[in-house]
Design a binder for this molecule. Structure first.
Ligand code: PLP
Length: 305
């Protein structure tokens, strides 16, 4: 394994330990079946204030509590414990760059797939900035892989095993020459990207699949809805047909990892004029101003370390 992270401190079952000391046994249901839940959270380094600004830390940790409940874990590692541990982890690593934080709660021990405990937890954080695609926009393919139904796997929970669906659709998109996949659900309606939610703009109205469309209940999606409200833009949460992709004047992905990424083209057809749309650009401005502290955080979404 690469040792590029060897100087990192990680949080592992209640302690802060060097990277090489954080190991999980191969007999755990976590390694055997992917029985774990996790979060992806970003912290933005603000150079002027010399502070790290963690975005919606509490909401992420609360979603991780919900994911643990849905997955019937014996013990739920609380959001309060995980928030405190995250803040301490930032201090111990003394980051001076933007970071990606990844907390996990997993089934430890040597049980089989229905084991409900014991529960372990860890948090890692690595330097990570905003990818280029946020500026340039990306291309997408409507995947032949279907987003799994909530009747098969809990779509609204961030369960490690769920990500094999993301993996296969993401690989297929890459092989076919696209940057990303858009998955339809088992009703044939647009669900989400392989690791992010989607919005279209139609006649100036922002539309996004509802939370009962087999999506992850995305925190960035919620952020976008609230920012649009503040910008006076109507938002509809509803079923979206595939052909609406080609009728839209703008489209973008949103998520912690994908931030606000314009979609320039779907299945080889341009969205609008094939470059990031005006409303998407305006939203990006409002979003990044908030993350980097250039505007007022009236929702108290940012934890400053
Ligand atoms: C499958 C999936 N959908 C949507 C999202 C967006 O969720 P969030 O905005 O909470 O990061 C993610 C994670 O980033 C995801 O993995």
């Amino acid at each position: 394994m690469t040792n590029k992270y060897e100087s990192l401190i990680v949080y592992f079952n209640g302690e802060f330990v060097p990277w090489e000391e954080a190991n999980v046994h191969i007999f755990t249901p976590f390694t055997k079946y992917g029985t774990a839940v996790f979060e992806g959270i970003r912290g933005y380094w603000c150079e002027e204030a010399k502070k790290l600004r963690i975005f919606r830390l509490e909401e992420h940790m609360q979603r991780m509590e919900t994911s643990q409940k849905i997955m019937r874990f014996d013990e739920v590692i609380s959001a309060v414990v995980m928030c405190e541990a995250t803040i301490e982890l930032m201090k111990r690593n003394n980051f001076r760059t933007s970071v990606h934080i990844r907390p996990t709660a997993y089934v430890d021990g040597d049980g089989e797939s229905s084991a409900q405990g014991p529960i372990g937890s860890f948090i890692t954080a690595i330097p990570r900035g905003t990818p280029k695609r946020v500026e340039t926009g990306c291309t997408a393919q409507v995947s032949s892989w279907e987003r799994f139904s909530d009747r098969a796997m809990p779509a609204r929970a961030k369960v490690n095993g769920n990500y094999n669906n993301s993996r296969l659709s993401g690989i297929q998109a890459k092989i076919d020459g696209y940057d990303a996949a858009i998955l339809l659900n088992n009703r044939g309606k647009i669900s989400e990207g392989q690791g992010m939610c989607i919005f279209l703009v139609r006649d100036g109205v922002a539309v996004t699949p509802s939370v009962t469309s087999d999506i992850l209940e995305s925190i960035t999606r919620d952020t976008v809805i609230r920012l649009f409200e503040g910008m006076g833009v109507e938002v509809q949460q509803r079923d979206i047909d595939r052909s609406e992709l080609f009728a839209a004047e703008e489209a973008f992905f949103c998520g912690t990892g994908w931030e606000i990424t314009p979609i320039n083209m779907v299945d080889g057809a341009s969205i609008g004029d094939g470059s990031p749309g005006a409303l998407t650009r305006q939203l990006q401005g409002v979003y990044f101003d908030l993350l980097f502290g250039r505007s007022t955080d009236k929702w108290s979404w940012v934890t400053t370390v």
